[in-house]
Design a protein around this ligand. Structure first.
Ligand code: GDP
Length: 607
């Protein structure tokens, strides 16, 4: 591809940076976005803040106004800032094209009272993976006890107003969080003390309720992107665009909400997007943005445009978008482009995510609303602590065919006959089939909630299996009959000393013989274990107990006090111990089991 001669630097030559908000649930991501927006949006866009499709646009003039107190009202070089409206991992991972991230900078929100939480760490890992710049917003400073509200003040000024106690608590919490971040491999520092911007990430204390620190956050966002990303923010004619949402709109069919990151889109452009059934080639019928006036913002009322310039959030109306995949790149076919090449390019992101499913074909099925959320989910399931194999993936609602695919697991690994459905609907027929066939469907819109549900299910499943298997489980033991303790011969009741292993009611008992054809003679099954006439069920090495044996053999004829009794193990019973009773077996038990396996000539089983 030919490179354009880079245009001269100037305000109109830079596009707006794209910003994503990330962090743990309840840290205040939504509130922070609301606070940055102010009430302007509701009140008819004072200050030029505009609601776009899936994003909010903050023009430079508004940012300048709001950062005046920081004495930074120098001319900003970017036209504004585009903040994605849906916070969280998913929209971050959705903002990409051909594997590279399209989010220029992220705000990672951390609750000052809670420090790093599960999704904070997940977000950090995603940011690292995509090499994305970010600023830490240390939110909810107003919750420090005794905090004096300084509405919308720069944080430095607000901090000066606070009592010594508040400052001390703040410093203590800040230090802890800096340490936690360090443990994640990141150097961070309060932004106005940060001397090594670039190496050390910035922390901005904020309150999304009373607005302290918001000017700092805004200024830092813009200054930072300008300084470090001028190359990336240079406006080009090459379209960079990503599909954030696929939506059915009444009277319009399926439309796609996209973020145009760079370049220009025109009505009539031929475009290619990734679809679940293959690449979709279509023509832009309409380029739509919301009506700027709130009164006119009724359902289905949009402004039509002949062309739109980056960066902005746009709704595209075109034919054949039903199976479009959110979270993938949109490409425009230029006059010199080969459609086939572009078709292949559109499928790249999908392919790279597809390649993550387990090659063994064993594992759970995962379904999500967008490629980004699917990717975030797979990333999470793959992480060492979680480690759940995935055998099938899909995007969009769970249909009957998805359940059928999960059914395949019923015979292989019943526990994996499950669908983890993230932020998608399950059709009634699919639910019906799942119920009939025994496929479990878990739904949630927070990744780790989904995982927690699945984990609980797996634990229950193991417990149940263990209960089922306990009938067939044979714990290894070696018993010595005590000569003075032959209490009864029919039924046989004997006093024994547990020489090794664990004795349990139900254990089949035999004696090993060193002569004759077979290596062992079956005696019978232990039906009762008593200590001092009390039923115990289990006896450990060293204990002396009375056992009752359900037996067709005669004591004194088929065996005597001279014979040692051992558990009669089989290949199956050993397998069951290894599969379900790892926690109930000690080192010595395993050693004894191995010895018995040799005696019974059972091959070692490796799992
Ligand atoms: P999200 O899940 O990260 O989007 O969190 P929300 O924005 O929904 O906020 C979660 C809760 O925390 C809500 O009850 C907010 O009112 C509250 N909250 C958010 N930011 C602040 C803050 O700066 N100070 C205080 N005191 N509460 C906050």
């Amino acid at each position: 591809q030919t490179m354009e001669v880079p245009p001269k630097r100037g305000e109109d030559k830079l596009r707006s940076p794209i910003c994503c908000i990330m962090g743990h649930v309840d840290t205040g991501k939504t509130k922070l976005l609301d606070c940055i927006r102010g009430t302007n949006v509701q009140e008819g866009e004072a200050g030029g803040i505009t609601q776009q499709i899936g994003a909010t646009y903050f023009p430079a003039v508004n940012i300048r106004e709001r950062t005046r107190e920081l004495k930074a009202d120098a001319k900003l070089r970017v036209p504004g800032l585009l903040v994605i409206d849906t916070p969280g991992h998913e929209s971050f991972t959705n903002l990409r094209s051909r594997g590279s991230g399209l989010c220029d900078i992220a705000i990672l929100v951390v609750d000052i009272m809670h420090g790093l939480e599960r999704q904070t760490i997940e977000s950090l890992n995603l940011l690292k993976m995509r090499n994305t710049e970010f600023i830490v917003a240390l939110n909810k400073v107003d919750r420090l006890s005794g905090w004096k509200t300084c509405k919308n003040k720069p944080i430095f000024k607000a901090m000066k107003q606070q009592s010594k106690d508040v400052q001390m608590e703040f410093n203590w919490r800040l230090t802890q969080i800096i340490t936690q971040l360090k443990e994640q491999g990141l150097n961070t520092e309060l932004y106005y003390k940060n001397k090594e911007m670039g190496e050390t990430y910035n922390i901005v204390p904020t309150s999304a309720i009373s607005g302290e620190g918001i000017p700092d956050l805004l200024l830092l966002l813009v200054k930072w992107t300008e300084k470090t990303l001028v190359e990336k923010l240079m406006f080009t004619n090459e379209v960079q665009c990503t599909v954030l949402e696929v939506k059915a709109i009444e009277g319009q069919g399926t439309t796609i909400d996209v973020v145009l990151v760079n370049g220009v889109l025109h009505e009539g452009d031929q475009i290619v997007v990734c679809g679940t059934q293959g690449p979709i080639v279509t023509t832009i019928r309409a380029l739509l943005t919301p009506h700027p006036m709130k009164e006119l913002r009724i359902k289905g009322s949009y402004l039509h445009h002949k062309e739109l310039k980056a960066a902005q959030g746009v709704k595209i109306n075109a034919q054949g978008l039903d199976h479009a995949v959110a979270g993938t790149g949109l490409y425009v076919v230029g006059p010199d482009d080969d459609v086939e090449d572009i078709k292949e390019a559109t499928m790249q992101d999908m392919k790279s995510v597809m390649s993550r499913i387990d090659k063994s074909g064993t594992g759970v099925c995962v379904q999500a609303s967008t490629l980004g959320s699917l990717e975030a989910l797979l990333e999470f399931l793959k992480s060492p602590v979680v480690n759940i194999p995935v055998s099938g993936i899909n995007i969009g609602p769970v249909h009957k065919s998805d359940v059928r695919r999960a059914c395949a697991m019923l015979e292989r690994n019943r526990e994996y006959a499950t669908i983890l459905a993230f932020d998608v609907k399950v059709t009634p027929v699919a639910r019906e089939l799942a119920k009939e066939s025994g496929v479990k469907i878990f739904t949630a819109d927070i990744i780790y909630h989904l995982f927690d549900q699945f984990q609980k299910y797996m634990d229950n499943f193991k417990e149940e299996k263990k209960r089922e298997a306990s009938v067939e489980a044979v714990f290894p033991c070696r018993l010595k009959i005590m000569p003075d303790c032959v209490f009864n011969k029919d039924p046989i009741v004997l006093g024994v000393n547990v020489l090794e292993g664990t004795l349990k009611t139900g254990t089949p008992i035999c004696i090993l013989s060193d002569s004759g054809e077979s290596e062992f003679i079956d005696i019978g099954q232990i039906t009762s274990i008593q200590i001092n006439h009390k039923e115990v069920g289990t006896a450990k090495k060293g204990q002396k107990v009375a056992i009752k044996i359900l037996s067709k053999k005669i004591f004194g004829k088929h065996f005597t006090v001279a014979n040692e009794l051992v558990s009669h193990i089989t290949r199956e019973s050993v397998g069951i111990l290894k599969a379900y009773f790892q926690d109930d077996m000690g080192n010595e038990d395993w050693k004894l089991l191995e010895e018995l396996q040799r005696d019974f000539k059972i091959d070692q089983i490796y799992f």
